[in-house]
Design a protein around this ligand. Structure first.
Ligand code: ASP
Ligand code: MG
Length: 411
C-alpha cells in the first residue's frame, strides 16, 4: 500500500516523541508499505515564532512571516529523517517546494494549486521513506508560502490525492473524532466512521481535530482519512464518503463554539437593498457572518441579528457604526457572552422532528435559545456562554450518544 502519515506538532514536540514517530513510520514501511510522512512544527514552535516577530514589529510583511514560520516544519523534517535513518531505513526529507507543492500568491493563507510528484515518486521508487514539511509551498515567484494555521493537514491530504495514496492517516493527540468534546462530556463516544460533510460541519463548528480546508480537499479528491492517536495503536475514525443514507445516525455529533459574538441592528428601515448594504460592508472587511435572523416587520422597520467570530469584533465595530448611520437604523448592540451549540448528522434530512428534540433538550435544561439556524445536516442554537456545558451534555444524552448506549456509529 501507498500510505501518507501526518503527525501534528504535539506528536513531534520532543526528541523522545520524534523517536516514537520514527519507530511507527519504520514499522509501517517494514510491513510492506511505501510511506510519505508529513510533519508539523514541534509543539508550540509556530506560536513562538509569531511571538518573536511581534517583539520586532507590529506589522511584519506577510512574505517575511511565511519565511519565518516555514522554518518550524523544516526543523521537524530534518530531525525526523535523522531518527528514521538511525533505525536503519533509507529516508529523505523534503521542504514543501522540494516536494513540488505550488500555491497561489496569498501569503499566510495560500492555497495549493498543484503538486509536481516527480521528486516524490523518484524517492519512493528508490525505496526511501519521504518526510515532507507540512504547511508550506511556493508561489510562482519561487517564494515560500504557508497554508494557514493547521495547514499541515491540508499538505498531507493534497499529497495523498496527488500520489493516489490508499490512505491518509492523520495522527493526533486524541483517539479520533468524538460525538462531542470529551473534556466537556466524559460520556462522549469515539465514532468509527463519519462522512466528509459531517466532519466538515464538526471541523468548522469548533471540534478542531482537522483543518476544515483539509476535509474539503479530501472530499473533493475522495481521499480516505483515518484520524487516530499517535500514542497508541487503537483504530481511530475513518472519514469517507458515505453512500447508504439508512445506515447513518440521525445525529452523529454535538459541537460547541465559544468563538462567537451576537450583533443586533435595531429599527432597520424595511426596504430593498438594506441587507445588501449591511452585509457587503462587512464582507468588504473580510468579516465572516454566520447566522442571520431578520425579525417580522412592524411599522416599516425590523431588527436584524447575526453572529461573527470574536476575533473579528474589533474590525466589525467601526463598520457597524458607519452602517447604522448609512441605513438610518436606530442603533446596534453586541453580546459576546454567547456560545453556539450544534447537532450534526447526515441522517437528519430524512428524520423530521430532530430540531424539535434538540429544543426539547434545551428547554428541559432550562436554557433559553437566542437564535436558531438550520441546514440539511445541522441545527445550531445561540445560547448563553455559561450554559454551554450543560447544553452539550443535555443534547448528547437526548440523542442517545452517551457511551453507555451501544448505538451503531455513523457508517
Ligand atoms: N505549524 C503550523 C501551525 O501550528 C501548521 C500545523 O501545525 O499544521 O499552525
Ligand atoms: Mg500545529
Amino acid at each position: 500500500m501507498l500510505v501518507v502519515q501526518k503527525f501534528g506538532g504535539s506528536s513531534v514536540a520532543t526528541p523522545e516523541r520524534i523517536k516514537k514517530v520514527a519507530k511507527r513510520v519504520v514499522d509501517t514501511k517494514r510491513a510492506g508499505n511505501q510511506v510519505v510522512v508529513v510533519v508539523s512544527a514541534m509543539g508550540d514552535t509556530t506560536d513562538n515564532l509569531i511571538d518573536l516577530a511581534r517583539q520586532l514589529t507590529d506589522n511584519p510583511s506577510d512574505r517575511e512571516m511565511d519565511m519565518l514560520l516555514s522554518t518550524g516544519e523544516q526543523v521537524s523534517i530534518a530531525l525526523l529523517a535523522m531518527a528514521i535513518d538511525s533505525l536503519g531505513e533509507a529516508v529523505t526529507s523534503l521542504t514543501g517546494p522540494q516536494a513540488g507543492i505550488t500555491t497561489n500568491d496569498v501569503h499566510a493563507k495560500a492555497r495549493i494549486t498543484g503538486i509536481n510528484t516527480e521528486r516524490l515518486f523518484k524517492e519512493l521508487d528508490d525505496g526511501k521513506i519521504v518526510v515532507v514539511a507540512g504547511f508550506q509551498g511556493q508561489n510562482d515567484n519561487g517564494d515560500i508560502t504557508t497554508l494557514g494555521r493547521g495547514g499541515s493537514d491540508t499538505t498531507a491530504v493534497a499529497i495523498a490525492a496527488a500520489i493516489d495514496a490508499d490512505i491518509c492517516e492523520i495522527f493526533t493527540d486524541v483517539d479520533g473524532v468524538y460525538t462531542c468534546d470529551p473534556r466537556v462530556v466524559p460520556r462522549a463516544r469515539k465514532l468509527d466512521c463519519i462522512s466528509y460533510d459531517e466532519m466538515l460541519e464538526l471541523a468548522s463548528l469548533g471540534a478542531v481535530v482537522l483543518q476544515p480546508r483539509a476535509v474539503e480537499f479530501a472530499k473533493h479528491h475522495n481521499v480516505v482519512l483515518h484520524v487516530r492517536s499517535s500514542f497508541n495503536k487503537n483504530p481511530g475514525t475513518i472519514v469517507q464518503e458515505v453512500s447508504s443514507m439508512e445506515k447513518q445516525m440521525v445525529v452523529s455529533g454535538v459541537a460547541h463554539d465559544l468563538n462567537v459574538v451576537k450583533m443586533a441592528l435595531y429599527d432597520v428601515p424595511d426596504r430593498p437593498g438594506i441587507a445588501m448594504q449591511v452585509f457587503s460592508a462587512l464582507a468588504e472587511r473580510n468579516i465572516n457572518v454566520d447566522m442571520i435572523i431578520q425579525s417580522a416587520n412592524r411599522n416599516e422597520v425590523n431588527d436584524i441579528s447575526f453572529t461573527i467570530t470574536r476575533d473579528d469584533l474589533p474590525k466589525a465595530l467601526p463598520v457597524m457604526e458607519a452602517v447604522t448611520e448609512q441605513i438610518a437604523a436606530k442603533g446596534f448592540t453586541y453580546d459576546d457572552n454567547v456560545a453556539k451549540v450544534s447537532i450534526v448528522g447526515a441522517g437528519m434530512v430524512s428524520n423530521p422532528g430532530v430540531a424539535a428534540s434538540m429544543f426539547d433538550a434545551l428547554a428541559e435544561a432550562g436554557i433559553n435559545i437566542q437564535m436558531i439556524s438550520t441546514s440539511e445536516i445541522k441545527v445550531s442554537c445561540i445560547i448563553r456562554a455559561d450554559q454551554v456545558e450543560k447544553a452539550v451534555s443535555a443534547i448528547h444524552s437526548k440523542f442517545g450518544l452517551d457511551s453507555e448506549n451501544e448505538a451503531s456509529t455513523a457508517c
